[in-house]
Structures are given as C-alpha cells and as structure tokens.
Write a protein that binds this ligand. Structure first.
Ligand SMILES: Cc1ncc(COP(=O)(O)O)c(C=O)c1O
Length: 400
C-alpha cells in the first residue's frame, strides 16, 4: 500500500480522462448537458454529474481523496467546516433525541446545539471532556449521537475514541468527531470505530488561508442518510474552492512534518522559560492526555497553547501580542502563517466551560506556520521583553 503522503498526490486523479491534465480542471459549470434525452435520463440514473449542487467533477476528486485518507466509503466537500458539522448533526438527529457533546468543542458547534438543535426539540447535554470520562452514566434510552472533538482545538483535551465507539455501538448510538487538529494524516477515527468524521478544511487541509471549506467522511450506510440532506441543504463546495482545497491537500504531508517539528521545538523552548506555567501540547509527557493521545495519534500538528505563571494585566498582555512580528493576531489556524491568540477573554462569561477546558487568565494558543524556528523564537523573545517592560511600567505607575 502506498503511504498517505503519496496518495495525497495521486489518489483519485483520473488524468487519462482529463486529456492528461495533471490536475482535475475547475469545472465551472452549474449543469451538465447531454447529446440526447436518453443520455440525460441515463446520467440521472447512474450517478453521473448532472447538476453541480449535487455533484461536480472538481469536487469529486477532492471527495475521493478525503474518503480514501479517512478510510471511509464516501466523503462530501462542503462550503465550510460549520456546514459539515451542522449537516452531520441535522442528518442524524430528530426531535426527542438526546445528543451528548464534548464540552471542549468549537464554540459555534455549541451554538448549533444550543440554538438550532434545541429549537428542533433535541435534548442537548455536554460532558466534561477534561479527563476522558466513562460516558456510560450519560447514556439514556433516547441517546442518538455522541459528538467529539479530539484533540480539542483550544486546550487539546483528548477523548478516548475506542472506548466511546465501543459504548456507542453497544447502544445503537452514532458517533461524530471533529478531526481538524490531527487531519487524516495523523488520526483515522473511522479505523477506531467512530462513524462520521468532520473537518474544517479551512485549516491544515487548505493550508494557505485562502479558502473556507468543510469535509465529511463516513461509511456507505450513513452516506445514504447524510448525502440526501447535503443535497437539499445546498452547502456544496464550489468547483473553484474544491480546486484550492485539493491543491492545499497535495502538500499537507510536508507542511505538517515541518509545522509539527517546529511546534514541538517551540513548545520545549517555552517550557524552559521562567514566565511559563505550563505548555499545553498533546506530545509533551506532562500533558494530561499524553498516554491516550499516543494510542490514537500518529503525529502532532502545529497548534498548541501555553499559560503564563503570573497572569499580567490587560495592558501587558496587549504589549506582548503587539510586539510580535510574525505571529499574526487573528482567529483561525492551520495556515502557512503563524498566529497567536489570547484565549481567556472569549470564555469569561462561561465559567463552567472555562473550568472544564482548563482555561486560565493569561493563556495563548499558537498556530505555528512555516516561518523558521529561529525567527519565531526571536519573535516570542521580543514579545516577552515587551510584556516585562509593560509590567515594569505599570509597577512604577502604581508606586508613584
Ligand atoms: C475545530 C474547528 N471546527 C470547526 C470550525 C469551523 O470551520 P469553518 O470556519 O470552516 O466553518 C473551526 C473554525 O475555526 C474550528 O476551529
């Protein structure tokens, strides 16, 4: 079997059919026309491309690659990660069902659960994902779906995928996971028994911060439930964006190798700094989920976090972030450019979630891009110096 890194480049590309074109062209066509009406009827019955909301050759190349990488029967490419997440939940839940959700999930995922699904009559319950708990006590006769995000993408909590899948199967419950942190190169949840994998391809898979996209992968039985809903929700990824995501995917292997290695070196460097209380990285032996992560992940990507020993007032935190030249200030992650995000602010009004996720007063999330390790270290050193200077200035102004 060729490696996944090789498959990224070649699997699903039917170059002979495309007149030898090395990349599947962008089929910018809303519909496909036929020479005869008979051909049209035939195309409709055999699943050929007829209308691009339903299927399109450029998107099909991407979907074939993702299904293969995720060890799934099928994949769908959607207009955003949120479209993939919402689709998976809407397709598998109905009024009266009970949904269990990992507390550490992405904020807007919680929003879908607390608004759309709750309004539909779905009973939503969150479980504390801080210590990979045994979920058996949460299971009710109407539990229909368990939703996971592992590693969580804010504080990197690890859930036990094999244990959750086993429990779910024994109780006829579907499992969904947001696999964006690991990508299909470093974690294959379907092989561990999970039913549906969702991604925001906006992050590592797209990889260049130039496209918003989502992906979903599952087996044949669930695809028959999910695909018809995808068709009528109308959130299919455009041919142009499908092309961009496929282009990003081809270099995912080399990018992740570099970003993961630099992130690990930075994490170790941060651990040695006197200002740092703890570094949150699933590949560090003192990380709470380290042992479990080793049994599920085959590699570590470039998103991790750190908490400061003595939380500084806002002015000094701003001075730190503002002094950084390469770490951009902004949301999202997984692109070619490094980013750094203070994570405390967004959770101040949610004490329960904040506690469960282990969010501290001065904590940062780092997305390591493709800049050199030396330049990133120098940047952080400048930031820490600016923070120390701001703290000194504040101390003087208090004394005066
Ligand atoms: C873990 C995770 N899942 C899902 C999403 C949503 O993806 P999108 O912005 O492509 O809708 C994000 C976006 O930041 C994310 O971080």
């Amino acid at each position: 079997m060729p490696s996944n890194e090789t498959e990224l480049l070649h699997f699903g590309d039917d170059r002979f059919k495309e007149k030898g074109a090395i990349n599947t062209p962008v089929y910018r066509a809303s519909l496909f026309s036929f020479e005869t009406y008979e051909d049209f009827v035939e195309a409709r019955s055999n699943g050929s491309h007829v209308y691009s909301r339903v299927s399109n050759p450029t998107r099909a190349t991407l979907e074939a690659k993702i299904a293969h990488l995720e060890k799934a029967d099928h994949a769908l490419a959607l207009s955003s990660g949120m479209a993939a997440i919402s689709l998976s939940l809407l397709a598998l839940l109905k009024s009266g069902d009970h949904l269990l959700v990992a507390m550490c999930c992405y904020g807007p995922t919680r929003q879908v659960c607390d608004t759309l699904l709750t309004n539909m009559g779905v009973e939503v319950e969150y479980f504390d994902s801080s210590d990979s708990p045994d979920l058996s006590s949460y299971i009710k006769p109407n539990t229909r779906v368990i939703y996971l995000e592992s590693p969580g993408t804010m504080t990197f909590q690890i859930q036990d995928l094999r244990a959750v899948a086993k429990l779910a199967k024994a109780n006829n419950i579907y499992t969904i996971i947001d696999n964006t942190w690991a990508t299909p190169l470093y974690q294959n949840p379907i092989s561990l028994g999970i039913d549906v994998v969702v991604h925001t391809a906006t992050k590592y898979i797209g990889g260049h911060s130039d496209v918003v996209a989502g992906l979903l992968a599952c087996n044949d039985e669930l695809y028959k439930k999910i695909q018809p809903i995808a068709e009528v929700l109308g959130a299919a990824l455009s041919p142009d964006d499908s092309y961009l995501v496929t282009r990003g995917l081809r270099t995912l292997g080399v990018r992740l190798k570099e970003q993961g290695a630099v992130a690990m070196k930075l994490a170790l460097w941060l651990q040695s700094r006197p200002e740092i209380k703890r570094v949150l990285h699933p590949g560090l032996p003192d990380f709470p989920g380290y042992e479990l992560a080793k049994t599920q992940l085959s590699g570590y990507t470039g998103l991790f976090g750190f908490a400061m020993k003595d939380p500084a007032p806002g002015e000094a935190q701003y001075a730190f972030v503002d002094a950084l030249k390469y770490f951009g200030k902004g949301v999202s992650w997984g692109g070619y450019e490094s980013l750094l995000l203070p994570v405390g602010d967004g959770y101040r009004s949610m004490p329960k979630i904040r506690q469960s996720m282990g969010i501290e007063d001065e904590m940062y999330r780092v997305s390591v891009g493709l800049e050199s390790y030396e330049d990133l270290v120098a940047d952080l050193e400048n930031g820490f110096a600016a923070r120390a200077a701001a703290l000194e200035k504040l101390a003087v102004s208090i004394d005066v």
